[in-house]
Design a protein. Structure first.
Length: 177
């Protein structure tokens, strides 16, 4: 009776799986469609005005013409705080980092970054030690600060043998008291 409870449902699933595949005729997995690749090749050849084939150099992102690029982000779960060097006021802000890669690559990258988030918090903390009021109060200052954080994190990722694929850093909330 025990084996019947195991093998009967498994047999039914296998039978239904086989029957379902006889009804659907497809020679692709559902992700990589040959028709889409052909359409991309035709569109690229029309745009390029030459009869050259589509290669990985012509495709934006990491060279995969099928999987679309997407943005993916990670909000750093830490509030960075300190005292401004010039006015001696207290500040706090939060940071989010973003990447723009193919769908799967972006997900794996953010997952890997999430695993080393504590180390990234430490790196960001050392980068914002000498913050002045103009860096938080003006849009140009925030842009300079986010670029400094992005460049510093990408350098840190290179040191740790990660791909330096942080493309954007956002200050998502800031306060000066």
């Amino acid at each position: 009776m025990f084996y019947l409870q195991i093998f009967l449902p498994a047999g039914l699933v296998l039978l239904l799986f086989s029957f379902g595949h006889t009804l659907v005729e497809a020679d692709y997995s559902g992700v990589y469609f040959e028709e889409q690749l052909e359409e991309l090749l035709e569109a690229e050849s029309v745009q390029a005005s030459s009869a050259s084939e589509l290669n990985s150099e012509d495709v934006p992102g990491d060279g995969n013409p099928i999987l679309a690029d997407k943005y993916n982000y990670l909000k750093i779960e830490n509030v960075f705080q300190g005292r401004l060097n010039d006015t001696k006021e207290l500040f706090s802000f939060e940071v989010a980092i973003a990447t723009y890669q193919t769908n799967v690559t972006a997900d794996f990258f953010i997952k890997a970054i999430y695993e080393i988030e504590a180390e990234l918090v430490s790196e960001i903390s050392t980068m914002v030690v000498d913050t002045i009021s103009n860096e938080l109060l003006t849009p140009e200052g925030r842009k300079i600060m986010t670029n400094r954080i992005m460049d510093g994190l990408n350098e840190y990722l290179v040191e740790k043998d990660f791909n330096p694929d942080i493309h954007y850093v956002y200050i998502i909330n800031y306060n000066i008291v």
